[in-house]
Design a binder for this molecule. Structure first.
Ligand code: 8YV
Length: 344
């Protein structure tokens, strides 16, 4: 009996060795990044590598759009190890019959931990203090030496109240006795609001009243520069802004100007417009804490994200498993009567 060749998968990002091994049990794996090499994919290089390839494993980049899909007719699944999927044109994938999955839930608590940590580091000037100390400038004591803003008991403003926003709100309300207000297009169920100790307010109120604003909205055309000069002007001069959402949600040039003019106290940024490049002025300002898009980066969580992405790929490309992809964003492109909803 002829055995059918295994479908091919391009792993376009570096990933854990054991995750690649698990994937290779089901499909033929092309992993040019191995476990530790980054490739800046151009559209042309990606298209060339995707000829005859059925599955693609990516993260927050590169861009997957209609032009790429039409040049890669064998592609059937694009699985991302990121919760945000603004790099993937979901409508174009659905029209082309390509299944898309993201990696939600497994990163929620880790990302919320980081968002809270970044907000605290910003409020309490942690990195500025360390730079001060390492530079040998700690020569005296003073009542206001590197004095910052309090977190406990302050007003936490959460912009975007999805899973990660809620996990941050919970930390603020239960752990730090914060008054929590939030803004989201849709309000949470009142019972959930009560459980979180969070109150919905309009965006203007959120900006005016937050002592610490944490931004956790997904990026889309609608959220582009959701916080720009006009919004920053509403904030308190004592307030902090933390962005762990996506570059482009905040207008970084307007933010740099507000920080330079001390119109807000400080900012904590894990994501940037045009990253890995960033607005040059941000590097020169003392009142900003900068991290390289690592909010989900604990090893157990990154492993869980990779495993989830691979589970989706296997479910699509190895129908022998009888499983449906656990976190498909467009499950309607698969026609699998009788398959079960997730991997065991
Ligand atoms: C990842 C993220 O760092 O999940 C997301 O949307 O932004 C981050 O968790 C990144 O996309 C790579 O996995």
């Amino acid at each position: 009996m002829m055995t059918r060749p295994k479908p091919r998968v391009l792993v376009a990002i570096p990933v854990f060795a054991e995750v690649l091994t698990g994937l290779a049990r089901h499909v033929e794996v092309d992993a040019p990044c191995g476990t530790d090499q980054n490739i800046e994919w151009t559209a042309e290089a990606l298209v060339a590598r995707l000829q005859g390839v059925a599955g693609l494993l990516v993260a927050g980049a590169p861009r997957i759009d209609a032009a790429l899909l039409s040049a890669c007719p064998d592609l059937r699944a694009v699985c991302s190890m990121a919760v945000g999927y603004n790099n993937i044109d979901l409508a174009a994938c659905t029209a082309a019959g390509v299944l898309v999955s993201n990696a939600p839930d497994v990163l929620t608590e880790t990302t919320a931990d980081f968002g809270f940590a970044l907000m605290m580091a910003t409020a309490r000037r942690i990195t500025e203090s360390e730079h001060f100390l390492r530079a040998g400038r700690w020569t005296h004591w003073s009542y206001d030496l590197l004095a910052g803003a309090d977190v406990h008991g302050a007003t936490l403003g959460v912009l975007g109240m999805g899973r990660i926003g809620q996990a941050i709100a919970r930390r603020g309300a239960l752990g730090f006795g914060m008054r929590v207000i939030y803004h989201n297009r849709s309000r949470l169920d009142p019972a959930v609001e009560q459980q979180l100790g969070a109150r919905w307010v309009d965006k203007t109120t959120l900006l005016r009243e937050a002592d610490h604003l944490v931004i956790v909205v997904p990026y889309s055309a609608a959220s582009h520069h959701l916080v720009g000069a006009a919004e920053l002007a509403l904030m308190r001069p004592t307030a902090t802004l933390t962005n762990i959402a996506r570059g482009g949600v905040v207008d970084d040039a307007a933010l740099a100007q507000a920080l330079r003019e001390r119109r807000i106290f400080a900012a904590g940024l894990d994501v940037f417009e045009g990253e890995p490049a960033l607005h040059p002025e941000l590097l020169t300002l003392p009142n900003v804490v900068l991290t390289p898009h690592i909010a989900s980066a604990s090893l157990p969580t990154r492993r869980a994200m990779a495993e989830l992405a691979v589970s989706n790929l296997i479910a699509v490309l190895d129908p022998g498993t009888g499983l449906l992809p656990p976190t498909a964003l467009n499950p309607q492109v698969l026609d699998r009567p009788g398959a079960t909803a997730s991997l065991p």
